[in-house]
Design a protein around this ligand. Structure first.
Ligand code: DX5
Ligand code: ZN
Length: 219
């Protein structure tokens, strides 16, 4: 079954408690946390301090997406704050294998992500080592952007590689996922769907999550 991971980036930050409880009650599987540093991406969000304080509000696994330079420096802080999955960008890591080992040694699941301009082949070397691959389907930095059409082919390519090399890996997609795009990405092999503005921008969060689920079932 495909997992749904609402991205807190599009939530109402003046009511994080209420927003998190709404997605949890609506049956979300993970909570996706977008960490941005204003260098790797042109936007700044939140860090371990905020993650630590929302950790007590929910039992949902924290799926932390680090869009930051020099992630090695902060991995331990994010783990201590309560992140269950820590994903780094291959474009931000000088010694990717070392970074993955570090995440795993701290007891978290390790993910690697690629931007739209980075080929899937960049992941081949580490597929045996990681727990999750995150294919960005928009240029990272902001919520509410449109799904980049060519991404479906990349998802298919990644799904194929995963099937041969390490089939237990989660294949996650992030960016522009809504009731129109969910079916295509699930058909292409994605099994975790990040969704920000579609869920949090909707008047009925529960209905938005059910709709996404329906679309992935059709696929
Ligand atoms: C973008 C973030 C996404 C973002 C997705 O850089 O990584 O997780 O929140 O937002 P939507 O679903 O609105 O495209
Ligand atoms: Zn993200």
């Amino acid at each position: 079954m495909v997992k749904i991971a609402p991205s807190l980036l599009s939530a109402d930050f003046s009511d994080l408690k209420g927003q998190i409880s709404q997605v949890e009650q609506a049956g979300a599987d993970w909570l996706h946390l977008d960490v941005m540093d204003g260098h790797f991406v042109p936007n700044i969000t939140f860090g371990p301090l905020v993650i630590r304080s929302i950790r007590k509000l929910t039992k949902l696994p924290f799926d932390t997406h680090l869009m930051i330079e020099n992630p090695d420096k902060y991995i331990e802080d994010f783990r201590k704050a309560g992140s269950d999955i820590i994903t780094v960008h291959v474009e931000a890591c000088t010694h990717l294998k070392r970074t993955i080992d570090r995440i795993k040694s701290l007891g978290a699941l390790a993910g690697v992500s690629i931007r739209p301009a980075t080929p899937v082949a960049r992941l081949n070397d580490v597929l045996k080592l990681v727990d999750l691959v995150l294919i960005m389907t928009v240029n990272p930095g902001f919520g509410g952007q449109s799904f980049i059409a060519g991404s479906t082919e990349k998802i298919r390519e990644a799904a194929e590689a995963i099937k041969h090399i390490n089939p237990r890996i989660y294949l996650e997609v992030d960016g522009g996922i809504d009731h129109n795009t969910a079916e295509g990405v699930a058909k292409a092999g994605a099994n975790v769907l990040v969704t920000g503005s579609y869920v949090f921008g909707s008047v009925d969060i529960g209905r938005a999550i059910s709709k996404l689920r329906e679309r992935t079932m059709i696929a």
